[in-house]
Design a protein around this ligand. Sequence first.
Ligand code: ZN
Length: 679
Amino acid sequence: MRFTKTAMFLLFCMILSSVFLANITNLLSEEVATNFNNNLNKNRVIPMTDTPKHLIWFLQISDIHISIFRDPSRITEFKEFCDQTVDVFQPSLVLASGDLTDAKTRDNIGSKQMLEEWQYYRNVLRECKIEEKTLWLDIRGNHDNFNVLNAESKENFFPNYSIQGKTHPRSYMYQLKRFDETYSFIGIDACLEPGPRRPFNFVGIIDKAEIEEINRITDIVKTSGSNYTIWFGHFPTSCILATEGHGVKSIIGQLDQSLVYVCGHLHTLGGLIPNMYTLQRDGFLELELGDWKDNRKYRLMAIDHGLLSFIDVTHREWPVVLVTNPKHSLFRIPGKENFDVIRNSTHIRILVFSLAHIDKVEVAVDNEVWQTCNHIEGPLYVAKWHPYLFSNGLHHIHVFVKDADGRQKFIKQPFSMDGSRGMSFGILPKIALMSDASAIFKSMFGTTLILSILPLILCRILHDLIKAQKINKPNLRSSSFVKLWLRKMWILSTIDRIFWPLVLYPMYLSFGPWSIGHIIEDHIGIIFAWGIYIDGIFLPGSFTYAYGFLQLVTFQIPFTIILANGVNYRYKCLILKTGKPSGIYKKIKLHLPFVILMSLQIFMAYFFWLAYGTLAFLLGPLRTWSIILAAILWRQALFYPDKCIRNAAGMWDIKRTASLTSSDLSLSEKIAGTGNNNN
Ligand SMILES: [Zn+2]
């Protein structure tokens, strides 16, 4: 019987872990759907020579976060970017993928749209005469949407202070015709409507209307004879919740010409993932760009004879070098790019940009001799080559560039013609871009919720079963860490006045309101785990689950442990007559964890007050009320009367149990031994 139970348990664990592993493996597998109708690109194998035709290049900048309170150089250097950098690159267009403004209050916690920040944004672009130099395609990010009820709201400054906002308040498309090709740029605006103040504005949503609009745009692209589609938006696809259909990845993937989706929002996750790139299973590259805000990043991209290349650059870093043929082996897009173009090409092609005249561009493949590139026009440098020499396996191209001011750049990158990648995308970028943030947040919340109440409930059930003499009492004689804590949890679970609030409160968090208040200034909203209602409009839950998860991890679980300790202390005083802790050290040991936890929770409640105001603070079961609950329960744990413990004492205590076994005796002795030995 014992063996069967263990076997069942092991089997259960194995099934759970294999499901988990299968999910991770599935996520990380590089299998890409290649059943694309790629006849379009196949039919257009353009011989690649040294001509500047069939080549466009453009820039992306993201998360500029223009702020009137922090880091003025963000604005001055942004102006430098619009003046100097754009002048040097002369790009076909610039994608500005959201968080144009910071919209955070002076305290860095509150959030609202600041007219002055939008004026800075508009004025910089105006002063640089950006519209005369290039096409500026800007789109909103979550910061541009803090505290914005809807598109018509006077808080929505995007229409009047951006370049595209007036004609394109949300998702839109722009087509660029160069030579014989049409390049479609589709911007996805997944900003919430209504747009809550932070933090409940972290995950974007495309609702039915927005999905229909994007589908309408893709229909136009399909029928327009467009050759290549570049998608851009603020949120990574992992952070966009689609209320219908199969999600934004499948919307992008279903368009045969979709090469890439570029975005921002995650800011390299504080430096943790500086190269957040992946190839999505739906057959397009997804490239998150680090922020302008702190890292001053921007991206140069090029499409050369249908092959997409890019490089992420730090502001003021010159010269900038981008090899477009042969393209980097890691970023091949199977089914979308035709690699016969590389195999049949006559020239290596490199784009070079710098502040000064370019003096030298040299190239070498593998260990072959260096050869000087010819300047064709603009940034294009070429060198003759024989690609058939490199048709098998992985090779490396080396480029050396020097400008008239002595600035130098050396780059080395892999290429292949037989499909070898030579390297793979990192696990962290894959998790960040290929997963579904909402689903992850939801499962984190659900799992933690179960973890926070299940031990208590199990102890309670076990206790009742033993009391009813349905099962035997387990042997908890040893003073091992696990058994000691099991005993503490066990005692905690028998005290009704603590057990029920402790179990019901997290359960309440999964369905009841967390707070009622001004989620948007002047507009009352109600926050639940499963969504937010503002002015009667429902936003499905996503980041809310992450917030709830944090609450459970930073409050509920540690508080349960602290309470178990407190209850055990009282148990020892009442039943084992160990007396109250007399020394200051013992008092500190008892109370300090609770004081720390309460301070943390009070801080969190204060931040919540800064974020959503007084009403949300007062009517806040999640933050504010939990402090009151914690104070009451802690008092109960330290002062519960004798009668509350009878249940547990009946099971464990030497003095009150009629039918005493030797194991109980030694347990009681051990408990007494671990306490204050003044009895
Ligand atoms: Zn941002």
